[in-house]
Design a protein around this ligand. Sequence first.
Ligand code: NDP
Length: 300
Amino acid sequence: MAARIIDGKAFAEGLRGRVADHVARLAADHGLVPGLAVVLVGEDPASEVYVRNKGRQTREAGMLSVEHKLPADTSEAALLALIAELNADARIHGILVQLPLPGHIRSDLVIEAIDPAKDVDGFTIANVGRLATGQKAMVPCTPLGCLLMLRAELGTLSGRDAVVVGRSNIVGKPMAQLLLGESCTVTVAHSRTRDLAGVVGRADIVVAAVGRPQMIPGGWIKPGATVIDVGINRIPAPEKGAGKTRLVGDVDFASAVEVAGAITPVPGGVGPMTIACLLANTVTACCRANGLPEPEGLSA
Ligand code: NDP
C-alpha cells in the first residue's frame, strides 16, 4: 500500500496561521510586536530570494521585518558592529545572518556574536549546548520543522528507533538531539557508516539529510516507517526538455512511497517548514524575552 504523503506546504501554512494568531494576541494583550532582523552580506542570488521570502512571510504574519543588505566587501568589524546594534535593539527578538558569508568574514565569530536569546537559527554554541543538555534552547529551523511534522504524524515518538542520515551541525546533529529528547533510540549515520542499508532498515523513523540525490532506495526502508527527506538536490530532467532540471530528495521517492507508512515529498515536504519555523522561533524568542508563557506547538 502506498505511503501517506506528508504535505509540508499545508503543514507550513497551518504553522504560519498559528504564528499569526499568536502575534495578534501578543499585540492585543501586551502591545508587543515580534521583530526579526535578517542580515545579508553580498549578492548571492539564491540567498536574496530566500531573504525576500523571509521578509514577506514575516510581514504577512504581522511581525516586524528588518532587512540589512550589506555590500560583499563589508568588513568583519562592521558586521560585528551591526550585530551588536541588533542585540541591543529592543524591537528585535530574532537575528538571522544569512549564510554563507563572504570568505574574508569568519562565520563562526559572527554567529557567536549573536545574543543566544535572539539566535533564531539556533547556531550559537550556547543554544547547541542547551539543546544537548535538555534545556530550553532556540532550535535550528529545519530540524524543528521535521520534529513538528513527526509529532503531528506519529503522536508520541517515545521508544521508536530513529536513524538520522547526515551529521551536519545545521541538520543532522540537532535532529538527533531532538529525537533523543523525544526518547527515541537514535542512530546517526554518515559517510563512514558501515552497512547503511541495514541501519536504515531497522528504523521506524528515517530522517535523510545528506545532499545526495535519491541515494536511499525504497528497498532499504522498513515497511511502515515514517520517512522525512530533508535533501534538496537538483538533477537533470531531460523528460522536461533539453537543459531542464528538477528537484529530488535524498530518498528515492518512487520506490520508498511503496514501502513507507508516511513520507515527505521533495519539493513540498520539509522545505516549506523552514521559514515557518523561523517565524515560530521569533515568536518564542519574543515571549521568552518578555517573560510570557510560550505558545503551544511552536517550539521543541
Ligand atoms: P552537509 O553536506 O553539511 O552534510 C551532509 C552529511 O551527509 C554529512 O554528515 C555526510 O557525512 C553525510 N553523507 C555524505 N555522503 C554520505 C553517504 N554516502 N552515506 C551516508 N552519509 C553521507 O549537508 P546539510 O546537512 O547542510 O544538508 C543536507 C541536505 O539537506 C542537502 O541536500 C541540503 O540542501 C538539504 N537542506 C535542506 C533544508 C531545507 O530547508 N529543506 C535546509 C538545510 C539543508 P560526513 O559527515 O561523514 O561527511
